[in-house]
Design a protein around this ligand. Structure first.
Ligand SMILES: Cc1cc2nc3c(=O)[nH]c(=O)nc-3n(C[C@H](O)[C@H](O)[C@H](O)COP(=O)(O)OP(=O)(O)OC[C@H]3O[C@@H](n4cnc5c(N)ncnc54)[C@H](O)[C@@H]3O)c2cc1C
Length: 381
């Protein structure tokens, strides 16, 4: 799989932005747990939000491979920043695929400009992996709806302007009884929980949203009533490519830091890079980063070519997440005690990597999906 000139141009632009703007401030953003609005404004100016939104709808209209290379580069700068790009991609894909012209006209341009901040709201206290457990519900009221319930661990909840909320609209219909609502988070009846303090990706603002008799207009419903679960899941193949790329970016940053450190750190009167034990650590990080990158590009290419991509997206997400945790730990190992101390990049990378095994479907769930696909459709590639 080879990248086109366009892929390389966009990648180089994202890489330069990550090197000059993101990576120098990553340590401070992590320490302060600060939402970097100024970085998102610049990214919007560069067209780095809504990468797959067609030109006719105001986006750059790039393919999923472009999205993957951008996510890796942003994450190499700082995973929290890439995470914001991934979130906007999920929401804008939902709007492109399922929104009406009026809904796109109302929301899309401001979302891509980072003027309207979004949240993708599924998880509840009793409904994590098992989404069928959601209790948030919307009941018809005249022309519109009334929303009650609550969500937890929602990325951007403390700062978001609009939430795409999965709610039950038919209590008897299981997965077919859920719908998505576009909810103005400044409306009466919406309250927010405190910001969570997380292990990693600490500039990403995560928290709870509560809905108490929130009145929604009829056009708050996205797509077809009762198809919400299916619609939320339909964007997850692409979402998993995004998280897999993000994991690759974290491990790539660890590799770069480890190689630099191994060259300059001296013990026994020579650089530690001359010891085979350290060289093997570096080689293992490099080969697994490359393997994960190729899995990601393959999965992205499958989506772009219209192939059945699900198993490949789950393989990429699962492998890249596990790899990022293991290989960022190896990067810490190359640094010795320094790697365990706050302020050294690899210490942050190790913390940032862990969530890639958990969100967007845990890696156990990715393995379940891979096995289900194999058993239903056969093992042939
Ligand atoms: C930082 C952060 C950001 C997040 N952002 C969002 C967001 O923006 N929007 C949103 O909706 N959610 C978000 N989440 C929630 C996230 O998607 C869930 O945490 C995740 O889906 C897992 O759900 P859970 O935490 O309830 O774990 P549980 O579902 O309780 O799982 C606990 C453990 O059991 C395992 N398990 C569960 N079922 C099975 C099974 N059938 N077979 C094998 N193992 C199983 C899981 O893999 C896991 O290891 C976020 C979470 C975090 C921590």
């Amino acid at each position: 799989m080879f990248l086109s000139d366009t892929h390389l141009q966009v990648r180089d632009m994202a890489r330069q932005f990550a090197d000059e703007v993101i990576r120098p401030v990553a340590e401070a953003l992590d320490r302060e747990e600060r939402f970097p609005a100024e970085i998102y404004e610049q990214m919007a100016g560069l067209g780095l939000f809504g990468i797959g939104v067609p030109e006719a709808m105001g986006g750059p209209g790039f393919d999923t491979v472009t999205y993957a290379v951008v996510m890796e580069e942003l994450s190499r700068g700082y995973a929290s920043v890439a995470d914001q790009c991934g979130l906007v991609e999920l929401i804008s894909t939902l709007l492109v695929q399922h929104g009406t012209e009026a809904q796109r006209g109302r929301w899309l341009a401001d979302i891509l400009a980072a003027k309207t901040l979004v949240a993708y709201c599924i998880t509840e206290p009793e409904a994590g992996t098992d989404v069928s457990g959601i209790r948030t519900n919307a009941v018809r009221d005249g022309n519109g709806w009334v929303l009650n319930g609550g969500k937890i661990w929602i990325h951007n909840a403390p700062v978001a302007d609009v939430g795409f909320v999965l709610a039950r609209t038919d209590p008897e219909a299981g997965h077919r009884g859920m719908s998505i609502f576009i909810v103005d988070l400044h409306a009466a009846g919406v309250t927010r929980g405190p910001k969570e303090h997380k292990m990693g990706q600490r500039a990403s603002q995560v928290g709870a949203l509560n809905f108490d008799d929130v009145r929604l207009p009829a056009d708050a419903l996205l797509g077809v009533e009762g198809r919400g679960f299916h619609m939320m899941m339909s964007v997850l193949d692409k979402g998993r490519v995004g998280i897999a790329s993000l994991a690759v970016g974290i491990a790539q940053a660890g590799l770069e830091a480890a190689v630099d450190y191994a060259r300059q750190r001296k013990q026994f009167k020579k650089p530690i890079a001359e010891f085979q034990g350290v060289q093997w650590l570096l080689a293992d990080i490099a080969k697994d980063v490359e393997a994960a990158r190729l899995l990601v590009l393959n999965a992205a290419h499958k989506i772009d070519s219209g192939a059945d991509a699900t198993r490949y997206c789950s393989m990429a997400k699962c492998f890249a997440g596990d790899m990022a945790v293991q290989r960022s730990a190896d990067a810490v190992q190359v640094f010795g005690g320094s790697g365990y101390i706050r302020g050294f990049e690899v210490e942050r990378l190790y913390r940032d990597a862990k969530i890639t095994q958990i969100y967007e479907g845990t890696n156990q769930i990715q393995r379940m999906i891979i096995a289900r696909e194999l058993l239903a459709k056969g093992a042939q590639a």
